[in-house]
Design a protein around this ligand. Structure first.
Ligand SMILES: *[C@@H]1O[C@H](CO)[C@@H](O)[C@H](O)[C@H]1NC(C)=O
Ligand SMILES: *[C@@H]1O[C@H](CO)[C@@H](O)[C@H](O)[C@H]1NC(C)=O
Ligand SMILES: *[C@@H]1O[C@H](CO)[C@@H](O)[C@H](O)[C@H]1NC(C)=O
Ligand SMILES: *[C@@H]1O[C@H](CO)[C@@H](O)[C@H](O)[C@H]1NC(C)=O
Ligand SMILES: *[C@@H]1O[C@H](CO)[C@@H](O)[C@H](O)[C@H]1NC(C)=O
Ligand SMILES: *[C@@H]1O[C@H](CO)[C@@H](O)[C@H](O)[C@H]1NC(C)=O
Ligand SMILES: *[C@@H]1O[C@H](CO)[C@@H](O)[C@H](O)[C@H]1NC(C)=O
Ligand SMILES: *[C@@H]1O[C@H](CO)[C@@H](O)[C@H](O)[C@H]1NC(C)=O
Ligand SMILES: *[C@@H]1O[C@H](CO)[C@@H](O)[C@H](O)[C@H]1NC(C)=O
Length: 487
């Protein structure tokens, strides 16, 4: 038992001595990290302060050592180390600048003047991004992180921060750790474009390094499938916004817009387009369909189709797709058109019936339905379409204003009105009109009669008076003649 204890304590002592030695070595050695592709500046800590001393920067990996550069106040000699041609001396400060750093540049760098050498252990990280960070929407991104140093490499903890500096959870493959880690970011969106950050951390040796990388996700601003509702006769504009200008995408690509009419298997190509490396968008109208227009715009990054006076047969699926190096993405808009009609058309006669039909061009999603509603009239009435039915009918026997709503999650998306007019209401007005008209006519006629009658009577009276006067005059003459004869 005692012997065992002695062995343990002597082992402990050896470990302690070893550790102390290590700490002494570490104290002389600084730790610095560098990133592949970037530059690193190493400082020469010359303690001698002799003006004319000759200093030498050396590189060592495992046991192999070589000179990078050797210099005095008047001379510079280049060595044969692998990074010599990428190294530069800042003669005033004696700093060594190594540019375009490589994973192989990891190792011990020493700067020795007359005094004992000061060494720096350079730890190099290299982050590679799949497709150079250029993706199409919904594609996955793969990141590979590698490290190299002259010591055994530490196990790293890695975190990713998105463009909003929020931690993003990823799957980290550690099968080649600690030299190599592979991270996967799944289904990136157009809005993920920007500068991301990879944070690398280790406790011993202490590493706390941020590595930034750029991501460009080419795509459409909106969701992959959108349903648009409209009513017959309206003008509708279908548009797809491409983000190539915003993310400064420099590669050229092509694309097209297809239309699949509702209920038909055919696919019509409406237009095709291309985007040049100088970010110019060219569109070409493909079909001889005259029912749609392509609005022209300056500094355009939108694929747009305008349909004036929409008809039921314009409904269907409009798919915009783009293609680059045989990789493809698409975004679709389903156009649903609503129409109301009556059978029979025209005003409703007293005691008659008519059927009001409200229909949409295609099947409705499960969260949507149609609803007939009497807005105006004697009593409130409502009729809802059955689940998955694209139409709803009501039988109407009284006049009033009807409204058909397309509801999605209890919200009205679109509505159309239909006014049922009453035939007999219209007739009675006509009758009243006719009666008033006739009365006026009769009164008018009567007046004319009376007036003509009165004037006729007056004329007759005057004639009678004249006749009487003539008679009187005649009688008077006869009388005078008789008197003259008697004289
Ligand atoms: C690390 O650097 C050394 C020295 O340049 C090199 O021999 C080795 O291949 C590098 N390791 C990796 C994984 O690149
Ligand atoms: C960044 O990540 C957070 C959390 O994962 C997420 O909510 C946010 O939408 C992301 N930001 C962008 C611009 O993608
Ligand atoms: C690294 O980047 C993250 C995200 O931007 C930031 O929160 C963190 O403070 C940075 N760490 C260092 C050491 O720069
Ligand atoms: C792009 O479209 C324009 C106009 O249709 C055409 O002249 C040009 O050749 C196209 N460019 C490419 C690379 O397809
Ligand atoms: C839609 O139908 C009308 C007739 O109702 C027809 O004139 C028109 O060409 C059709 N439009 C399409 C795109 O088929
Ligand atoms: C409307 O009336 C017609 C004919 O009278 C009938 O066939 C139909 O089922 C009725 N519809 C409704 C919704 O009551
Ligand atoms: C609807 O109601 C208003 C007032 O409540 C009335 O003036 C109008 O005539 C009504 N319209 C129909 C079609 O019933
Ligand atoms: C719609 O409204 C009805 C009654 O107001 C309610 O019972 C139902 O839960 C609502 N549905 C949704 C999806 O909000
Ligand atoms: C339908 O009629 C109602 C009530 O008169 C009115 O408020 C609404 O604006 C009309 N809607 C349409 C689409 O004409």
């Amino acid at each position: 038992m005692e012997r065992c204890g002695a062995v343990v304590s002597s082992v402990l002592a050896v470990v302690l001595v070893l550790q102390l030695g290590l700490i002494r070595i570490m104290a002389q050695q600084e730790q610095q990290t560098g990133l592949a592709g970037k530059e690193v500046i190493l400082s020469c800590k010359d303690t001698s302060h002799q003006r004319d001393s000759t200093c030498t920067w050396k590189y060592k990996y495992k046991e192999v050592s070589s000179t990078i550069i050797s210099f005095s106040r008047s001379n510079i000699f280049k060595g044969k180390a692998p990074m010599t041609h990428r190294s530069e001396l800042k003669s005033e400060s004696k700093q060594l600048k190594v540019s375009d750093l490589r994973l192989d540049d990891a190792g011990i760098y020493t700067c020795a003047c007359n005094s004992p050498a000061v060494s720096i252990s350079l730890h190099v990280f290299k982050l590679t991004v799949s497709s150079n960070g250029h993706l199409l929407a919904n594609e996955d991104l793969e990141l590979t992180l590698m490290q190299n140093s002259s010591h055994s490499q530490p196990h790293l903890s890695i975190e990713l921060f998105n463009i909003s500096s929020k931690i993003v959870t990823t799957e980290i493959l550690q099968n080649e750790a600690p030299q190599k880690y592979i991270l996967k970011l799944k289904q990136l969106k157009a809005t993920d474009s920007g500068t991301w950050m990879c944070h690398v951390y280790s406790n011993s040796p202490l590493i706390n390094q941020n590595i930034s990388f750029d991501v460009k996700v080419l795509g459409f601003g909106e969701e992959r499938l959108e349903i648009m509702y409209t009513t017959v006769g309206d003008t509708v504009i279908l548009s797809w916004h491409l983000n190539f200008r915003k993310i400064e995408w420099k590669e050229g690509f092509i694309g097209k817009l297809n239309w699949e009419p509702q209920g038909k298997a055919a696919i019509h190509e409406l237009l095709d387009f291309n985007v040049t490396t100088r970010q110019e968008l060219h569109k070409t109208k493909k079909s001889n369909h005259i029912w749609f227009e392509i609005p022209e715009k300056k500094t355009d990054s939108t694929i747009e189709v305008k349909i004036p006076k929409v008809q039921l047969n314009h409904s269907g699926r409009y798919q915009c797709q783009l293609e680059i190096n045989s990789r493809r993405i698409w975004s679709m808009k389903a156009l649903v058109v609503m129409q109301v009609s009556a059978n029979p058309v025209g005003p409703l006669s007293r005691g008659g019936k008519m059927t009001l039909l409200c229909q949409v061009s295609g099947p409705l999603p499960s969260n949507a339905h149609l609803l007939w509603e009497r807005v105006n009239g004697t009593e409130m009435e409502i009729k809802k379409s059955k689940q998955h039915e694209a139409k709803v009918e009501v039988n109407v026997s009284a006049p009033g204003l009807w409204n058909c709503h397309l509801m999605e999650n209890n919200n009205t998306k679109i509505s159309l009105n239909y006014t049922v007019e009453e035939a007999h209401v219209w007739n009675s007005y006509a009758v009243i009109g006719a009666i008033i008209g006739a009365s006026v006519l009769v009164i008018g006629l009567a007046c004319v009669c009376i007036i003509t009658g009165m004037s006729w009577q007056r004329r007759r009276k005057r004639a009678k008076r004249i006749a009487q006067a003539k008679q009187y005059l005649l009688e008077k003459k006869t009388c005078q003649c008789q008197r003259r004869m008697y004289k």
